[in-house]
Design a protein around this ligand. Sequence first.
Ligand code: HEC
Ligand code: HEC
Length: 187
Amino acid sequence: MRDKSLMLIAVLVVLVAAAVGFAVGRKSTPEPHVAAASTTTTPAAASTAEPVAAGDQIDAIRRGAPVNQEIAPPLMARVENADVKRNRAYPMQPPTIPHAIDNYQIDKNSNRCLLCHARANADKFQAPPVSVTHYMDRNDQFLATISPRRYFCNQCHVVQTDAKPLVANTFKDIDTILSEEQDKKAN
Ligand code: HEC
Ligand code: HEC
């Protein structure tokens, strides 16, 4: 019985404290200033930018925009996570990564890629082990562990995305060139 009344008092005290806290909190919250700053700022670009002749641009990656103007960036490309390998354009091309690599950490202490791609673990994850070049130093000597210059995988390997090429190129792989030569000889 005594416990019950004590409990009742405790609950009342808590409720009153909460109510007081709520009231004080509401009063002390400052009124939100909505968009007050936007009226005072002036576009900085207009005053600092050098005048640029129409069509004055440095490269196609800027999609035709003059160097002193900022344009809306293109949408982020979607990463293909379908485990479908792409063809390599030439034998020494680092293959593109056919899976997502979000949150795969690579730093001094751990390398998430090697969890699956190290020789010792590749069978567990059915991942292709890194090739022998990844164990070679710059004098072509084989090291026992992954070569430091092949440690940061995404220096060379990139994920596959649905991004369109930013610049046109006329690259032909060696098979195309060889078959063109053959055709020339045949004629
Ligand atoms: C959970 C295991 C796992 C992790 C972690 C992982 N991979 Fe993979 N990776 C695979 C598997 C399995 C394949 C085989 C194709 C597939 O199933 O996607 C593969 C395929 C690849 C390929 C294609 C190889 C080829 O011959 O075309 C590359 C390149 C690659 N991974 C690089 C990386 C890099 C770089 C990282 C770290 C950022 C990484 N992987 C992390 C499991 C993994
Ligand atoms: C300096 C550039 C470079 C770095 C860094 C690098 N790679 Fe590679 N990787 C290549 C090249 C080039 C190839 C293709 C030719 C070859 O096998 O050497 C390749 C091939 C591969 C392959 C395919 C192997 C095969 O037998 O077909 C896998 C898997 C791979 N790399 C994973 C990784 C992982 C995982 C890391 C990080 C631990 C890594 N690579 C770091 C350049 C690099």
